[in-house]
Ligand binder design. Structure first.
Ligand code: DMJ
Length: 589
């Protein structure tokens, strides 16, 4: 033993203890200094996380040049649209890797129609002027669709739902924004050519219709979103043309949806419907892909018609209350609020879809626009045997709806923030979760201390070892709009700049991960940065994703929420009121 150690009276045990301590401290330093989550390999149940950093460290909100950011979104739109014009027109969509066109929605050039309202809001008059003469020539006959290079599918049916929300909604919104008469004429033509879709025993629209023969798809079972997402378009068209037949389409759907026995049995509209009977066929409740826009149109029809359609409002409030008390769950450990579907009632699947991320924006829109009395006529869900619904009685309904909006919007954003690409997966499944209203009950009974469950902004440092509490079921990012839609609405309703900053992060991720030489492409996986892309640029990317981002950053209120209502494809339609003459003519109560 060295003399120096002897002088200090340190024995071999002290030396070994000292070395172990040094190793321990060295390891501890490196674990905390290096964000080891970066190195986690992505696989199911684990995601590769971005390095921890303060949420928005760069500039003070008041110093951010928001108009410049809006201009960057406009430049992105022009990049995508010019790529479409150059390589894909007159086909429907751009294949942004092959630089070719493909037809997925009737071959009438859906990207052009879906882009019209965005062009007008962005002041892109050259692009709009180039589109008008093409629209003037359109006769909506079905051509054999080209599916990628050389592949041709047989002509069949125009898909009713997609044709309505993209083409008809695009034309009507562009008409409302520009007052170009040809757009209304074409919208009227198109709706007339689609009318064969309603030739079903119930009057609910079939999945598809041949625009020349008027024949529709014979299948008699369909899903809620497909039958109940055209009322905005047909009501506005009736208003603008004075044609009762357009009004009747919407009125018949609402008459069937407002059937009291459905609401008292299920609490909201189930996903599967019979076109023969005009009634539900299953016990699945969802705000995801099979149902989403049908719930959205309940609130929006009320708003579009100058807050006059009480039946639609009541059904919306009833639906939202059922969602709040039966479909919302809180994850563990991070406490993310998520919306799932139940099947059979009330068994949750714990699936959380990107498509469902329109819901926080819708709830916020409801809080922003509805009268305080909206809840009173309806009360908590009427779904039978659902005792947990009573918890809703303990809150001010607007506060509760807004809490849910905030928690869900945070989770939708967190799905993006969790990924290496900064873009969100299409579908995840939470491993476990507790019903939100039960957690709310505990919070309330505990004296309402601290932030309510599911609301607190989630920190990435809450995640241990890169493991998150969900499995990624579809890790693709399909350029979808729902999260930025809700971010835009949260910004409008709360005025909290954090939503703008989150939107900016998403836009930057799009620029770095999805941009190609001719446009933007869906991602095959959100878990790997700069990985492979999918050769598609869906038209809703131009109609919705880029529009909501542009409106989020633009300092002017280009689409005031009390005067315009977005259809489910983000095409704004102006709020109107039925005149007494129209009420008599159409038979509106
Ligand atoms: C859009 O076409 C519409 O928003 C529709 O309602 C469902 N979602 C897609 C894009 O994700």
């Amino acid at each position: 033993m060295p003399a120096a150690l002897k002088r200090l009276r340190l024995g071999p045990r002290h030396v070994i203890f000292g070395i172990i301590s040094l190793i321990f401290m060295f390891t501890l330093y490196h674990i905390s200094a290096v964000p080891h989550r970066e190195h986690v390999e992505p696989h199911i149940g684990k995601v590769q996380l971005r390095p921890a950093q303060p949420e928005f460290p760069t500039t003070r909100p008041e110093d951010v040049d928001w108009p410049r950011r809006a201009e960057e979104v406009k430049a992105a739109f022009l990049h995508a649209y010019h790529g479409y014009e150059k390589y894909a027109a007159p086909h429907d969509d751009l294949l942004p890797l092959k630089n070719q066109g493909a037809d997925h929605f009737n071959g009438w050039g859906v990207t052009m129609y879906d882009s019209l309202s965005t062009m007008l809001l962005m002041g892109l008059h050259d692009e709009f002027s180039r589109a008008l003469p093409i629209i003037e020539q359109q006769n909506f006959t079905l051509k054999p669709p080209v599916v990628g290079a050389g592949k041709v599918a047989s002509p069949v049916y125009a898909p009713f739902f997609e044709t309505v929300i993209r083409y008809l909604g695009g034309l009507l919104s562009a008409y409302a924004l520009s007052h170009e008469p040809i757009l209304l004429e074409r919208a009227d033509d198109l709706a007339t050519k689609l009318s064969g879709a309603f030739d079903t025993p119930s009057g609910l629209p079939a999945f598809g219709v041949n625009t020349e023969t008027g024949n529709n798809t014979v299948k008699r079972i369909t899903v809620l979103a497909e039958i109940a997402s055209c009322q905005l378009e047909y009501s506005y068209l009736a208003k603008m043309t004075g044609k009762k037949e357009h009004y009747n389409r919407s009125a018949r759907i609402m008459e069937l949806l407002e059937n009291k026995s459905i609401v008292s049995r299920y609490g909201m509209l189930p996903t599967k419907w019979s076109l023969t009977l005009g009634s539900p066929l299953n016990e699945q409740l969802s705000v995801g892909g099979a149902a989403d826009s049908a719930h959205e149109y309940l609130l929006k029809l009320y708003l579009l018609t100058g807050k006059s359609d009480q039946g639609s409002l009541d059904l919306y409030v009833q639906t939202a209350n059922t969602v709040l008390s039966m479909l919302l769950y809180v994850s563990s450990p991070r406490g993310l609020l998520y919306v799932t579907d139940v099947y059979p009632i009330p068994k949750p699947s714990h699936k959380f879809e990107h498509l469902s991320c329109f819901l926080p924006g819708l709830l916020a829109l409801g809080v922003h626009t509805l009268p305080d009395t909206a809840f009173e006529s309806v009360g908590p869900t009427r779904a039978i045997h659902w005792k947990d619904a009573d918890e809703l009685r303990h809150y001010n309904w607007k506060e509760l709806h807004m809490l849910a909006a905030q928690g869900l919007a945070e989770s939708c954003y967190q799905m993006y923030e969790d990924q290496a690409t900064g873009l969100g997966p299409d579908e995840v499944k939470f491993r476990e979760g507790e019903l939100w209203v039960r957690k709310m009950k505990k919070w309330r009974e505990g004296g309402r201390k601290g932030t309510p469950p599911g609301i607190r902004a989630k920190k990435k440092s809450d995640v241990q070892d890169g493991a998150v509490e969900y499995n990624v079921r579809s890790g693709k990012y399909l350029l979808r709009p729902e999260t930025v839609e809700s971010i835009f609405l949260m910004w409008k309703v709360t005025g909290d700049v954090v939503w703008r900053e989150r939107g900016w992060r998403i836009f930057q991720a799009l620029e770095s991960e999805a941009k190609t030489a001719s446009g933007y492409a869906s991602l095959n996986t959100v878990a790997l940065s700069h990985s492979t892309l999918k050769d598609e640029m869906p038209s809703y990317f131009l109609a919705e994703t880029l529009k909501y981002l542009y409106l989020l950053f633009h300092n002017e209120d280009l689409v005031p929420l009390d005067r315009w209502v977005f259809n489910t494809e983000a095409h704004p339609l102006p709020v109107f009121e039925w005149t007494s003459w129209e009420r008599r003519k159409f038979g509106i109560p």
